[in-house]
Design a protein around this ligand. Structure first.
Ligand SMILES: [Zn+2]
Length: 408
């Protein structure tokens, strides 16, 4: 496939007019595209297609590494059906790789959810076989390939703080425990990429971080830690901060808290919910100035009502009221995730918050790919990477989504 007449988002984070060449579901160089490989039948037809991008922006498929659900389905429903609904919807809005988040649930329930996800990711992996091999099986599973890839899991609980529980169920909160963490990693077959902790809640937090940090990224999540405690956790090897500002100690001049520690520890990635509700536009701009654009990951934190009408839904077993772009707990009015997808969030930071498009795109593509350590395969339009692509018009409306070299 050739996508011509587009403004290509390059690895230098700039737009450059040109064409994009795709073969066998991956980006290739123009010369490689001319040498037809061992493709057959319908596959050949797809490879020969030429799309006129009509001057659109061509950006890599988005990667959301923190959200809970959409279209009535939640990752924690723990069913293949829910995963199908989620991966289908996300791909349709240009989010072509995902690492959904778990809620604070009983350990056994979490293990079951993680196992189901691991099986699903395994099935998707079979579908990624190179073209030319096992054509029959490939054909049968075509529909599967046009969904977002499940590339990881972000665990928000259960090792968090009651004081900063947000919309998490306090009844299931427990202190961090490396044996339980191992059970999560095992149940998910390594798909869990982030495990969240509130380091102030456990005397063994530093030991916990040191014992698991080489197997999973430790994040500070739903935490009331002061600066020193957060700093100690980051120095011990934690390297991720879950939705900066939200469900976290505040950043003030004498108590800089977790946010101050994130600023001082340059190896730490910061998630930022940018739905226009969770973080004020001025705080978003200030964060870009404080941290720079290279360690911010924009997330949606969307819950199951995303893509659905206003009404009452559930999140982690708790009732949530959704009105417009706000989702709040029925019990205490706490914000309960967002109802926007990551593509909407990207538009919001560009159009309403004054973040340059070039910066915003990096924060929803290559930054999350690096954070998830999948940048060899995802996150930019570069030779050899998975051909996940979104064409956007001047107003940033989606014109076309290409998933693994096929048009959705
Ligand atoms: Zn949260």
């Amino acid at each position: 496939m050739i996508v011509k007449n587009v403004k290509v988002y390059t690895e230098e984070k700039k737009f450059k007019e040109g064409s994009i060449y795709i073969e066998g579901g991956r980006f290739v160089s123009p010369s490689a595209h001319l040498e037809k490989g061992n493709v057959c039948g319908e596959q050949m037809e797809a490879e020969k297609a030429v799309i006129d991008g009509e001057g659109c922006y061509a950006i890599p498929g988005l990667i959301d590494l923190h959200f809970h659900g959409c279209m009535g389905a939640d990752f924690c429903d723990g069913t293949e059906e829910a995963l199908k609904i989620i991966t289908e919807y996300e791909a349709s809005v240009g989010v072509t790789a995902i690492a959904p988040a778990t809620m604070t649930l009983p350990v056994k329930e979490l293990e079951d959810i993680l196992s189901v996800a691991a099986v699903y990711a395994g099935k998707q992996a079979v579908d990624k076989e190179e073209p030319g091999e096992k054509m029959e099986r490939k054909k049968a599973s075509d529909a599967e390939k046009l969904r977002a890839d499940l590339v990881g899991i972000n665990m928000e609980g259960p090792f968090i703080s009651r004081a900063k529980k947000g919309a998490q169920d306090a009844a299931n909160i427990i202190p961090c425990d490396s044996k339980i963490c191992e059970r999560f990693l095992e149940a998910s077959q390594g798909l869990v990429k982030f495990i969240g902790i509130a380091p102030e809640e456990s005397e063994g937090a530093v030991e916990f971080i040191q014992s698991v940090k080489d197997k999973v990224h430790v994040s500070l999540a739903h935490t009331n830690a002061d600066y020193d405690t957060a700093n100690e956790a980051f120095q011990a090897g934690a390297d991720h901060a879950v939705h900066l500002y939200n469900a976290m100690s505040s950043f003030t001049h004498r108590t800089p808290g977790v946010i101050g520690a994130v600023v001082d520890n340059e190896h730490v990635w910061a998630e930022l919910i940018c739905d226009g509700v969770h973080v004020h536009p001025a705080a978003v701009r200030a964060t870009f100035k404080m941290l720079g654009e290279d360690r911010i990951v924009l997330i949606s934190d969307s819950m199951r009502a995303t893509g659905m009408p206003d009404g009452t839904y559930t999140l982690g077993g708790l009732d949530v009221n959704v009105q417009g772009n706000r989702a709040t707990l029925v019990s205490d009015g706490a914000l309960a995730g967002s109802v926007t997808n990551l593509m909407d969030c990207m538009r919001t930071v560009v159009k309403d918050m004054g973040v340059p498009l070039e910066t915003a795109v990096a924060c929803v593509t290559i930054n999350p790919a690096r954070c998830l350590e999948i940048e060899a395969d995802y996150g930019s339009i570069a030779e050899g990477k998975t051909a996940d692509l979104v064409l956007l018009d001047e107003e940033l409306n989606i014109r076309t989504v290409v998933k693994r070299g096929q048009i959705l």
